[in-house]
Design a binder for this molecule. Structure first.
Ligand SMILES: Cc1cc2nc3c(=O)[nH]c(=O)nc-3n(C[C@H](O)[C@H](O)[C@H](O)COP(=O)(O)O)c2cc1C
Length: 156
């Protein structure tokens, strides 16, 4: 077998030097509310307004995300580190996370810097992840809050 030119270690190390925000992507799967901590979120297009994120093919909730017509994207504030930790846990629970239901019936996390309600547009399997491309259908911004930052495997 051909030797891998880039080790998992150096790939992860290099990409940990890229500062990101933290989002929780949320769905309502037949009245089961599911959230995942995701920092692969990015802006894709202005017209139409598209965003993307990628989800591990091994994720226990991948099937439910693939089936969802609507997805919430919640950009966490500096005060919501605990929420990032809840939703990156295998045995994810909502803990004390407060949310409201959007018009599309998806849970949107209260006190986030931004809540985006999105309609799934395309799902593209690539490598060990699936890229979800979503069209933003509504936006809520809290200008008084500062976003949580993730860099070098630490929160700031
Ligand atoms: C800071 C941070 C960012 C993450 N970003 C992603 C991501 O972009 N995509 C992803 O599939 N998982 C991501 N994860 C992992 C998931 O939050 C979660 O731990 C994993 O999906 C758990 O497995 P499960 O989906 O089988 O419950 C991230 C975790 C952390 C702590």
């Amino acid at each position: 077998m051909k030797k891998k030119q880039v080790s998992n270690y150096s790939f992860k190390k290099a990409l940990s030097k890229f500062a990101t925000g933290i989002t929780i992507i949320t769905i309502n799967s037949k009245n089961e509310f599911i959230g995942k901590t995701v920092n692969s979120f990015a802006s894709l297009s202005l017209n139409p307004p598209l965003v993307l994120f990628s989800l591990d093919k091994k994720s226990s909730s991948l099937k439910k995300f693939l089936e969802s017509k609507y997805i919430g994207i919640n950009i966490l504030s500096k005060k919501q580190k605990n929420i990032s930790q809840y939703f990156s846990n295998k045995k994810e629970t909502w803990g004390d996370t407060n949310f409201i239901l959007s018009k599309e019936n998806i849970p949107l996390i209260k006190n986030s810097v931004v809540n985006l309600s999105c309609k799934t547009f395309k799902k593209l399997p690539n490598g060990d992840h699936v890229i979800f491309i979503c069209k933003v259908v509504s936006i809520k911004i809290d200008k008084s809050l500062k976003p949580l930052i993730y860099l070098n495997n630490k929160y700031y």
